[in-house]
Design a protein around this ligand. Structure first.
Ligand code: C2E
Ligand code: CA
Ligand code: CA
Length: 626
């Protein structure tokens, strides 16, 4: 009987162990995981017996097994402990116990999810018959050991279980770590790290979903391309840490504004995209866009710095304006640029004309990169005359671009594009070189004319002051004797002065130290405070054409011209008036004591040869007896 018992036991045990091993191997091969043991906790064995002597005997027997041993003196205590021990790897269970016997205890253990899979070994001195042994196995045991126990066999079996437990536990930890990592990677793939908002990838998915829903329900949704105004300045002046805080704050504010079905995504640096669902009412949509504008404009405070930004928003409505979800972002982006150019803190709806304009801009941008190389650029000269004497003072170099495909493109249009794509540096250098060379050629041709003044005025973009290239170029021309410093004037914009950065002021100072003249172009259109003019080494201001065109009808313009001239003279600066088209304007400027004048009244900007002819005719007419 006992040998039969043993055989049955062995068979069942082998089967169970094999099954366990096979499961493990399958798991490993499926996952292709290296069997790396992660930091393993120590397994726990629970010894359940109502007799203390029996428990002690087992503890002693198992003292060399790599596990912590914990005791319980009845079924109830065993259940309570089994549930609370996370590393429980094996239960040694006495069959015969008062109140709740081993079988009942095992059945209850099998009912709890936490203890369902913990192996149980029954130990008994009494119930050795086949019926009891089978009962033991059917109540969930993996082994049924009858006393007297053979210590080597029991410790060997238990040690094997511990090895298997470790293996399984390690594997589970590894799998969990992998799942965690995958979840994290998945999160990162679809979210922005800084703000935690959905990123572009997630946004594209959300747009597709929203389009699908809108198509099905016959509803509309709006896409808002939100670009922060002035964020770059915050980043540059207060550092990236504060910049990051600003972005986080804005992200939180935007998220607070939207509904569950909406999306706020971070699209790039300081660009956010907000997808507003169910916006069938234009008035309601406008209200919500205004809320976004307001929330971006609310001041924020970091480290005693109060920061107030604003946003420019481009809006595109699906499917009302565009029924292609792939183009929504691009079109909202185009509308955003329009909003920005209209003067920040505003929004703009996309329109078909904007698309055409954006397309043209793209073409211009492509062609612009090759314009110099293809010799499509030309410098025109517009004379500047001295008001008192009507003598020539010099000429402003004005760039012209004639492209085979696009035709004549005005500088007002392509210069900002050149600034945006960086080609302004090459273009600016080319203008300086060409204008100086050509004007010096003209000067040498008229060297017989005594005291001919021929200053060349060249427009410089703000960007050309961001590095020292322009300074070195100018210095080169002067050092190599190509032009005298006093014959060169650089026209800068009011916005350059407004930036008031140390770097820019240094460049201005070193240019001025070379002896060239600096003039402020389009004066009066920006916000030039007098203090800038006092602080910077400026020689001349150019009164903007928009004031001159008001003469003689607009009294306010005339008062302003008078004030600018008086103020400039008070600061020791000369004044050039631009855009003189009529005799009345010319006379008014003479009367107000303006120093120099420029405009169609004298001549339009002319190509090299025409300018030379204009100059020659003028000099001839002055020589001719009156
Ligand atoms: P700006 O520097 O204010 O140049 C004066 C503009 O007024 C020129 O336009 C000129 O042709 C125009 N103008 C001159 N007199 C009159 C007049 O009596 N009536 C009218 N209606 N217009 C007059 P243009 O050549 O189209 O240049 C536009 C702007 O493009 C310039 O404004 C300047 O800001 C920029 N620009 C031109 N060439 C260059 C360049 O080489 N570099 C840079 N950075 N900007 C340039
Ligand atoms: Ca100018
Ligand atoms: Ca101007």
């Amino acid at each position: 009987m006992s040998s039969m018992n043993n055989k049955l036991q062995d068979k069942l045990q082998d089967k169970l162990q094999d099954k366990f091993k096979i499961t493990l191997i399958l798991l490993l091969s499926n996952l292709r995981l290296p069997i790396v043991m992660m930091k393993l906790d120590r397994p726990i064995i629970l010894i359940v017996d109502d007799l203390k002597a029996n428990r002690l005997a087992l503890v002693r027997l198992l003292r060399h097994v790599e596990a912590d041993l914990i005791e319980a003196e009845d079924g109830q205590e065993a259940l309570a402990k089994a549930i609370s021990l996370p590393n429980l790897s094996l239960i040694l269970l006495d069959v015969q116990m008062p109140v709740m016997d081993g079988y009942e205890t095992a059945e209850l253990l099998r009912e709890e999810p936490q203890t369902l899979n913990i192996p149980i070994i029954f130990i008994t001195a009494v119930h050795r018959d086949e019926q009891h042994i089978l009962k033991g196995y059917s109540s969930g045991a993996i082994d049924y050991i009858t006393k007297p126990i053979q210590p080597e066999i029991l410790t060997a079996k238990i040690s094997l279980f511990m090895v298997l437990w470790r293996l399984k536990n390690g594997l589970e930890l590894e799998v969990k770590a992998r799942i965690d990592l995958e979840e994290k990677n998945l999160y990162l793939a679809y979210h922005d790290l800084l703000t935690g908002l959905p990123n572009r990838r997630q946004l594209v998915i959300d747009i597709e979903k929203a389009a699908f829903r809108a198509d099905r329900q016959g509803s509309e949704f709006a896409l808002l391309f939100v670009d922060l105004d002035g964020f770059k300045a915050v980043n540059d002046s207060l550092g990236h840490k504060i910049g990051d805080q600003v972005l986080k704050t804005i992200a939180e504010r935007f998220e607070y504004l939207v509904r569950k079905t909406d999306t706020v995504a971070r699209y790039g640096g300081d660009e956010f995209i907000i997808l507003l669902t169910d916006v069938n009412n234009a008035q309601h949509l406008t209200g919500r866009i205004n809320e976004v504008l307001l929330s971006a404009h609310k001041p924020m405070k970091f480290q005693h710095e109060e920061i107030q930004l604003s946003a420019s928003i481009g809006v595109c409505v699906y499917p009302d304006q565009i029924d292609n979800p792939d183009k929504l972002i691009d079109f909202a982006d185009i509308a955003m640029y329009k909003a920005k150019s209209q003067g920040r803190n505003s929004f703009c709806f996309f329109s078909e004309e904007m698309d055409a304009a954006a397309h043209k801009r793209q073409q211009v941008e492509q062609q612009l990169r090759l314009a110099i190389q293809k010799q499509e650029m030309e410098v025109y000269f517009q004379p500047i005359v001295e008001v008192k004497t009507a003598d020539v003072y010099g000429a402003e170099a004005l760039l012209r671009w004639n492209n085979k495909e696009l035709g004549m493109i005005p500088p007002d249009y392509f210069i900002p594009i050149a600034e945006a794509n960086g080609s302004i540096h090459d273009i600016g250098a080319w203008v300086l070189d060409s204008a100086i060379t050509q004007l010096e050629e003209i000067r040498s041709q008229f060297k017989q004319v005594p005291k001919l003044k021929l200053v060349v005025a060249i427009n410089a973009s703000t960007l050309q002051f961001k590095n020292a290239d322009l300074y070195h170029q100018v210095k080169d021309k002067i050092d190599s004797g190509i032009i005298k410093a006093e014959d060169l004037e650089i026209e800068i914009t009011e916005s350059l002065l407004l930036e008031d950065s140390e770097e820019i002021n240094r460049h201005l100072k070193s240019m001025s130290d070379l002896g060239i003249h600096l003039s402020v172009d389009d004066f009066g259109t920006g916000y030039s405070a007098l203090s800038y003019l006092k602080r910077c080494p400026i020689n001349t201001v150019k009164i903007d054409r928009s004031f001159v065109s008001g003469v003689p009808d607009d009294k306010e313009d005339m008062v302003l011209i008078r004030a600018i001239i008086a103020m400039a003279h008070g600061l020791g600066l000369k004044v050039i008036a631009e855009g003189i088209e009529t005799k009345a304007q010319w006379q008014y400027l003479q009367q107000e004591g303006c120093d120099y004048a420029q405009g169609y009244y004298f001549s339009r900007p002319l190509p090299y040869n025409d300018f030379k002819k204009w100059l020659s005719d003028k000099l001839d007419s002055e020589k001719a007896p009156k």
